[in-house]
Design a protein around this ligand. Structure first.
Ligand SMILES: Nc1ncnc2c1ncn2[C@@H]1O[C@H](COP(=O)(O)OP(=O)(O)O)[C@@H](O)[C@H]1O
Ligand SMILES: [Mg+2]
Length: 503
């Protein structure tokens, strides 16, 4: 017989069924206290601004670090990545498989970096079901911290567990509040899912029906009801009445409701918990902290580890993890940046293919069959740091990075030359020294250079834009960078011309 869990999952959340069960090796000391609400972790600050001045993963120390940190939990996965054959992004199927592994709607087969949270939530649910005890739990944390994913996994684990230990399976309803036109609609939606045939008009009547369903001698027999309400933020009204009514379901006499509310707003708890406490239905609180750089990297590697080929340079994944962690720790963002980096690789490959086609036409060979395939470097076949840098700059647009990216080519070369010069330890230089560095960059790039007078006037233009600092003294003009060198490196990383100089 289909349970409510079956119906609601497909009707409301559209989440794919889980493939693997969580371990249920918990101990009594992990139990969430039944009455006093506990705050397990303090939230980490959510920074939504762009990640400024990244300590770029572009530098060589990246690969050295990855290769040598023996204590790193990432080592095993990194090694796996190194051992695999490279993928062929020209193969549509291989491309699709990698993109799918990184898609937000793809449920990962195993959960890493959220073991503690999963265990706590699962233990809470198991205890409530086993002891037939009502209760509520409030999960909060910034977007993309895995709250919804964990609840999906826990739901499945709970149902499997109750089967195994032969405890009556609870009914489960997983609802997302984003689609509600007004907050009070939640009660009619809940009822529609529990009793699809019931014709009820009005949220008050619906609430009354729900209240009667899972109490002693209620219409639903003897089952417990696990009510998971995602995106609780959408239920906030001025008087918060809907929220209160919802949590009060767990305080009705002989209630069989277990309520889990999920919200992104980390201050929501402070705003509505005091009132819930006075109503005697204050939930336990579990905060999901933003992911750190190491966690994001590990999660990305774990999602890719099952693939038969290596699609990403490890340093590219590390760069992504570093930037996303610095900005928000949002895993959804990390996944979307990785997918965008794949698209950057795709367009680069198209560009190379069309250039070589043009070249063969110019060479007078129109017979395609006789034209040898364009030589393509094997390194081109995987997502590298510069693809990731482009994807990141598309995601986190910063005014400085944008300004640098839109400069005329020779002004960009000047900045690149300055970065190169200052890497050698200097903090400032004169125009002559910069000119020397500029000429060497132009020469290596096989570009004609401009004269020192023109270079000097371009430096003035860069000074006016706040990118260089030009100070006139009796000893002559002194130049220094007015923006972080890593912003210049980051902005120009996607331009092939600069790659050799900025690495
Ligand atoms: N620990 C993790 N392991 C694998 N993927 C994760 C992890 N945490 C989050 N994700 C992925 O990141 C995306 C956002 O997670 P989600 O649970 O929707 O976040 P939230 O509900 O906190 O906003 C989803 O695609 C999810 O699969
Ligand atoms: Mg969510």
């Amino acid at each position: 017989m289909p349970t409510i869990a079956d119906r609601s999952t497909s009707a409301f959340t559209g989440v794919t069924p889980t493939k693997r069960r969580l371990r249920s090796n918990s101990t009594a000391e992990d139990e969430i206290p039944a009455t006093p609400p506990a705050k397990w972790k303090s939230p980490r600050r959510c920074i939504n601004s762009s990640p400024k001045s990244p300590s770029n993963g572009i530098e060589k120390e990246f690969s050295d670090k990855l290769a040598t940190t023996s204590r790193s939990p990432l080592k095993k996965s990194s090694n796996n990545l190194f051992a695999k054959p490279k993928w062929n992004p020209r193969d549509a199927e291989q491309l699709r498989v990698v993109k799918e592994a990184l898609h937000v709607s793809t449920m990962p087969s195993s959960v890493v970096c959220r073991e503690d949270e999963s265990k706590k939530v699962l233990e809470f649910c198991k205890t409530s079901v086993e002891r037939r005890k009502p209760g509520s739990l409030y999960l909060c944390g910034c977007p993309g911290t895995g709250k919804t994913m964990i609840m999906e996994k826990v739901k499945q684990s709970l149902l499997n567990w109750s089967n195994e230990v032969e405890i009556e399976q609870p009914d489960v309803l997983f609802m997302n509040c984003t689609s509600l036109s007004k907050s009070s609609e939640i009660f009619t939606k809940i009822l529609q899912n529990i009793q699809p045939k019931k014709k009820i008009s009005g949220s008050t009547t619906a609430l009354k029906h729900i209240q009667n369903l899972y109490v002693q001698d209620g219409e639903s027999g003897n089952r417990m009801m696990l009510l998971i309400i995602d995106e609780l933020d959408y239920l906030i009204t001025k008087d918060r009445e809907v929220l209160h009514e919802l949590f009060m379901l767990t305080t009705l006499p002989f209630s069989r409701f277990i309520l889990i509310g999920i919200a992104n707003a980390i201050d929501l708890a402070d705003r509505f918990l005091p009132r819930l406490q006075s109503l005697n239905c204050k939930p336990s609180v579990l905060t999901f902290r933003a992911y750190s750089k190491d966690q994001i990297q590990k999660i990305l590697q774990e999602r890719l580890v099952g693939l038969p080929y290596k699609a990403f340079q490890p340093q590219a994944l590390e760069l992504c993890a570093r930037k996303v962690a610095a900005a928000s720790g949002d895993m959804r963002k990390a996944l979307s940046v990785c997918r965008s980096a794949i698209e950057t690789l795709e367009s680069e490959m198209k560009e190379i293919a069309s250039n070589s086609e043009k070249l063969s036409i110019e060479n007078g060979s129109s017979d395609q069959e006789n034209v040898p395939a364009a030589p393509v470097s094997r390194e081109m076949d995987i997502v590298q740091i510069h693809h990731m840098a482009v994807a990141l700059s598309k995601t986190y647009r910063s005014p400085v990075v944008e300004t640098i990216q839109s400069l005329p080519q020779h002004q960009q070369i000047i900045l690149c030359s300055a970065v190169k010069l200052f890497r050698e330890g200097k903090k400032e230089c004169n125009v002559g020294e910069l000119n020397k560095s500029y000429n060497s960059v132009c020469k290596s790039a096989k570009l004609p250079s401009v004269g020192i007078l023109e270079l000097s006037s371009m430096c003035k233009a860069l000074n006016d834009q706040g990118l260089l600092k030009l100070v006139r003294s009796q000893k002559g003009e002194k130049l220094s960078l007015k923006v972080d060198a890593s912003d210049i490196t980051f902005a120009l990383q996607g331009v092939r011309l600069f790659r050799n100089f900025l690495q």
